[in-house]
Design a protein around this ligand. Structure first.
Ligand SMILES: [Zn+2]
Length: 448
């Protein structure tokens, strides 16, 4: 069924990063793409057999893009908080992950997908184990997303990752993609990075009819990554190059390229940022997770000025502890103003850009993160008739509300790939209560 979506205001960036405001808008959706967007008075003559959705109280924006998460970690939310990253991972998360089964990941990822949709995320990028389980969760909930073909030296090897790519990349009506996910330079050796990168380059050159594959990794998330990397290389009897930062380490391996998506980038100096941009590396910032894990904070004002492809992510729901991207949006818009004593840093339009078209660029996913005609119909509507979103007489005040006042549960309708997934706050085709129960049961089993 084709859709006609009404609202009070539409806001979006186009592919040239021009910001558009359209008052009293109408969006016409045919199949999975946006046919037109303009004022209701101009476009209403084209409404034919369209199903009408939305009303004069709605803000229409592109579906939000969560560039870095570990979806199924809903299973571990709240189990171990207030700890440093290393202790959290090694003492709490990794021992629990040792016991994980494919079914646990499926129920965890499904709840994560539900939580994401309820808060207006229509595309996410997840790095986790049991990719077929995450694929199933995304398919069933109607999300668009990228799952991981995981590689960790000594634990998950490249041939298995290649199988995941062959099975899942560009499937589910092109809503599902796969990234080659090498956890980090301190869990994957340089030769393994290089071997994976060689495969990726060949794949991207030869598979011209498919979207390019990204190499997804954690980069410069904690201070001791260089020392940890050295330890790993000693274990495997591999020469470690003379470098002082994790970015220099990856640069020395030759794997920095436009096909690398680096999550975090906290411990990056000015030279590292130059190296990232020179190599067209894509970046996902996850400031709320960084703050919670006490990992210090990435130099976001510098990164968003100097790096071309930057999006934001929640990180996993056990390290944030929510998949509501609005929390990260608000935190990002506030934190650096206080930190640098400068209220002009990270303006509302900048966080809006990061959460929409910036995310699309970071994931190298054409057609999402915008409402431009011809783009994919991933659209959310937000009900502005709420006390905390009032007044909303001016376009810019609504954009400011997006950065400073909106919450995930203000999202009223969600459309992914031209299909209504949530209507008037209710997810269609998904049993939310059952999904909650499944996670409670799985976590109970893992802890017992
Ligand atoms: Zn992560």
């Amino acid at each position: 069924m084709d859709l006609a979506i009404r609202g009070k205001l539409a806001i979006y960036y186009d592919a040239n990063l021009k910001l558009h405001f359209i008052k009293d808008p109408l969006v016409l959706v045919e199949g999975n793409s946006i046919l037109g967007i303009d004022s209701f008075s101009k476009l209403k003559k084209d409404i034919n057999k369209h199903e009408i959705i939305g009303d004069e109280n709605q803000l229409l924006i592109p579906g939000l893009v969560n560039c870095h998460t570990h979806l199924a970690m809903t299973l571990f939310r709240g189990l171990a908080d207030d700890l440093p990253l290393d202790t959290w991972l090694r003492k709490h998360i990794w021992p629990l992950e040792d016991k994980l089964q494919a079914d646990d990941v499926y129920v965890g990822a499904k709840l994560g997908a539900i939580e994401s949709l309820l808060a207006g995320v229509t595309t996410l990028n997840s790095m986790y184990w049991y990719p077929s389980s995450e694929a199933q969760a995304l398919e069933e909930t109607g999300l668009r997303g990228m799952i991981a073909a995981p590689v960790i030296t000594g634990i998950a090897e490249l041939p298995d990752a290649i199988e995941v790519i062959e099975k899942h990349h560009n499937t589910v009506q092109e809503r599902l993609r796969v990234s080659l996910s090498l956890h980090s330079p301190y869990t994957v050796t340089i030769p393994d990075f290089q071997e994976a990168n060689k495969y990726l380059k060949e794949y991207n050159k030869s598979q011209t009819d498919k979207p390019k594959i990204l190499l997804h990794t954690h980069l410069a998330e904690s201070e001791n990554e260089i020392e940890q990397s050295q330890r790993l290389h000693k274990e495997h009897d591999i020469d470690f190059p003379e470098v002082s930062t994790p970015t220099e380490l990856l640069d020395s391996t030759g794997i920095l390229s436009e096909y690398l998506l680096a999550a975090h980038c906290i411990y990056v100096n000015e030279n590292d940022i130059k190296i990232l941009e020179k190599n067209k590396v894509r970046v996902s910032l996850n400031p709320l997770s960084n703050a919670k894990l006490g990992n210090y904070m990435p130099p976001v004002p510098k990164i968003i000025t100097d790096v071309s492809s930057v999006g934001i992510g929640t990180d996993g729901p056990a390290s944030n502890n929510t998949l509501d991207l609005f929390d990260t949006i608000r935190f990002l818009a506030l934190y650096y103003k206080g930190f640098h004593h400068n209220p002009t840093l990270i303006k509302s339009q900048e966080v809006f850009k990061l959460a929409t078209i910036g995310g699309a660029r970071a994931l190298n996913w054409k057609g999402i993160g915008t409402l431009e005609p011809g783009s994919l119909a991933d659209i959310i509507t937000i009900n502005l008739k709420k006390p905390h979103l009032t007044p909303n007489n001016f376009d810019y005040s609504i954009l400011n509300h997006f950065a400073y006042a909106m919450k995930g549960n203000d999202v009223e309708n969600v459309i992914v790939d031209g299909k209504i997934v949530m209507r008037e706050n209710r997810l269609l085709d998904v049993d939310v209560d059952q999904s909650i129960k499944n996670v409670e049961d799985a976590t109970g089993r893992l802890l017992s």
